[in-house]
Design a protein around this ligand. Structure first.
Ligand SMILES: Cc1cc2nc3c(=O)[nH]c(=O)nc-3n(C[C@H](O)[C@H](O)[C@H](O)COP(=O)(O)O)c2cc1C
Length: 316
């Protein structure tokens, strides 16, 4: 089925499907697999790691591929933006923080700017700074976000806003899109394409342990929760207003709502967390997935995930 539209034309891709920049999970292998299957791969710049970025760009075997940043973290290491611009990525994706200080540099370099937003105010800001594409992320999404809005209402509201004030800006729907039904719904809601994280996390090419994936396959959507305890334990200094969706587990049940106590017991909790990471004990270590995990029942290749999606089929 042809899914060519202005998004596919702009990026020279076959399908309007974009890989979410999931920090180390979206490495060169996963990004290239998505691009080779007809989508747009984005490397996860995450919190920012110069060596990792250099290795991933050197390892690219497909084109086009872009790169994402956690904006507030990159703002403390601005040289990383110049580093990534020097690799001439197909797009730079900014999420979680004001894009204004970086937008001009990215646009002046002639690189398309994608801004991920979680509400209308942020969408207006993205338009103001000249974003080429807005990714509207609902609270169903895996990983961090604003968590106040859902994909189903946020996407059409931003689609209408864009139509009125910035019709040249394209729109991606993000959060809970795992299969062909999600893709069809996103397009019907007015998006030009989809940004997919959790479904590609559960792919053969994802840079994540097979044990974590197998653990997550048992979960349904009720088993995820938005929380801050893993930010505290990893000492990630997230600005107010952001929480991260993960699988609920013993560790979250113990500390969620008890963040002040967690801060008082941080060294012990960190030791427990580090041990659990090594042991792949996901009742303590974090498993970052969205509500969409409840629709995913097998770990498949990126090519088959995209083929099913564009055939508008449900998850296997
Ligand atoms: C494992 C994981 C890691 C993520 N890491 C990042 C990140 O580093 N930067 C970012 O902008 N978004 C990150 N996200 C959020 C995605 O950009 C996207 O909004 C989300 O995956 C879409 O929802 P879905 O997971 O339901 O597909 C992450 C998501 C997941 C599942």
């Amino acid at each position: 089925m042809s899914m060519q539209n202005r998004l596919t034309h702009r990026f020279g891709i076959t399908y309007p499907i974009v890989l979410a920049p999931m920090d180390y999970v979206s490495d060169a292998r996963l990004a290239c697999a998505v691009t080779q299957a007809g989508g747009l791969g984005l490397l996860g710049g995450g919190y920012g790691d110069e060596q990792w970025l250099a290795r991933q760009f050197a390892a690219l075997t497909a084109d086009p591929v872009g790169c994402g940043f956690i904006t507030w973290s990159m703002s403390r290491q601005r040289h990383l933006l110049d580093q990534v611009i020097s690799y001439r990525p197909a797009a730079i994706f900014l999420s979680f923080g004001d894009p204004a200080p970086f937008a001009r540099t990215i646009r002046d370099a002639g690189i398309p700017l994608i801004c991920q937003v979680h509400d209308i105010a942020q969408a207006r800001r993205a338009i103001e700074v000249g974003a080429d594409v807005i990714a509207a992320q609902g609270g169903e999404a895996g990983g961090h976000g604003g968590g106040r809005r859902s994909t189903f209402t946020l996407v059409p509201e931003i689609a209408d806003l864009l139509e009125t004030v910035a019709p040249q800006v394209m729109l991606l729907a993000a959060g809970g899109i795992t299969d062909g039904r999600g893709l069809a719904a996103a397009l019907a809601l007015g998006a030009d394409g989809v940004l997919v994280g959790t479904r590609f996390w559960a792919s053969r090419e994802a840079a994540i342990s097979r044990a974590a994936q197998e653990h997550a396959l048992d979960a349904n959507g009720d088993d995820t929760i938005r929380q801050r305890v893993y930010d505290l334990v990893r000492e990630k200094d997230w600005p107010t207003g952001y929480t991260g969706r993960v699988l609920n587990n013993d560790f979250v049940r113990r500390w969620h709502g008890q963040e002040t106590r967690l801060a008082e017991h941080l060294p012990q909790a960190q030791a427990q967390f580090d041990t659990a990471l090594d042991a792949e004990d996901y009742e303590v270590a974090n498993t970052i997935v969205g509500e969409g995990i409840g629709r995913i029942t097998s770990i498949d290749s990126v090519a088959s995930i995209i083929a099913d999606m564009v055939a508008l089929r449900a998850c296997r």
